[in-house]
Design a binder for this molecule. Structure first.
Ligand code: PXL
Length: 275
């Protein structure tokens, strides 16, 4: 297995199984050194808990980056997720552009919306800022809602292949030509992932488990990144991440107390086997 040094930039939700508390263990299980840059610290994630605390770490970022530069630290890959503010997106763009080794793989999960809606702290200004990250990414990993907000395409609950093709080419115009689009289902009971590479489209369909689970976007993007950096090609990594995410959801079914996340830990041995 390859041993890569990955930087992942996303929030710490202290409780809730998302962002860094998911990315760190998954990337570690995939065998990589995982460095973190927390974008914010929250008591819980923002989907379903009320009264969460939110400490924005935007202003700490330039000094952290400057220290790393002074130490000569660079990363084989940089993977970004949920960020803390519109201003922070500019800092993160600079990190993507300057902190990778030659040939570093940069993966951007926009992580700002789902089911047709923005997450609570985000607005149109944040979406516009996120568009500026696209040219700095080698691979974009949005869900359909995020893709629609970024590309300025109307969000639809049901759609056909033509709609998805149009969405992907509108998104490509923002400056990233490799897109892994998650949550694409053309018939009931099915969902899947579309991998778009410079106009070429491949689709991996798998079963859709009725219960929607929070945090699965982060589980997916982390497993995708881990598999890709282990030398899998983009389509294989996309498939592995999908199979792992389905397993995580299955392992969470039947436990109504666990509404806030998926038991991704229980499926880590399966992920390791798939690598
Ligand atoms: O899983 C995405 C995510 C990450 N971090 C925080 C969130 C969410 C989704 O709601 O609230 C804080």
């Amino acid at each position: 297995m390859a041993y890569k040094k990955i930087l992942t930039i996303q929030d710490i939700s202290c409780v809730g199984q998302c962002s860094l508390t998911v990315a760190l263990p998954i990337l570690s299980a995939c065998g990589h050194e995982t460095c973190i840059l927390p974008s914010a610290v929250l008591s819980t994630h923002t989907a379903g808990f009320s009264g969460f605390t939110f400490r924005d770490l935007t202003d700490d970022m330039p000094a952290i980056q400057a220290h790393w530069q002074k130490e000569g630290i660079a990363f084989d890959s940089i993977y970004t997720g949920y960020l803390g503010s519109t201003k922070q997106v500019g800092y993160v763009k600079n990190i993507l552009d300057t902190m990778g080794v030659e040939g570093a793989i940069k993966i951007v999960d926009p992580a700002f919306a789902d089911n047709g809606k923005l997450y609570p702290i985000f607005d149109a200004e944040y979406v516009n800022a996120m568009k500026t990250l696209c040219p700095s990414a080698d691979i974009l990993v949005p869900n359909i809602t995020e893709a629609c907000f970024l590309a300025g395409v109307e969000y639809k609950e049901s759609y056909d292949e033509q709609y998805i093709k149009g969405l992907l080419s509108a998104l490509e115009e923002l400056g990233c030509s490799t897109i892994v689009l998650t949550g694409v289902g053309y018939e009931s009971g099915k969902t899947g992932v579309v991998v778009y590479e410079r106009g070429q489209i491949r689709y991996y369909e798998h079963k859709r488990i009725a219960r929607g689970c929070h945090g699965t976007g982060d589980v997916y993007a982390s497993a995708f990144t881990g598999a890709l950096l282990n030398g899998k090609d983009i389509f294989t990594a996309a498939k592995i991440a999908a199979d792992y995410t389905v397993r995580c959801i299955e392992n969470t079914q039947g436990d109504p107390d666990h509404w806030y996340g998926v038991k991704f830990e229980t499926a880590l041995p399966d992920l390791i086997k798939m690598l």
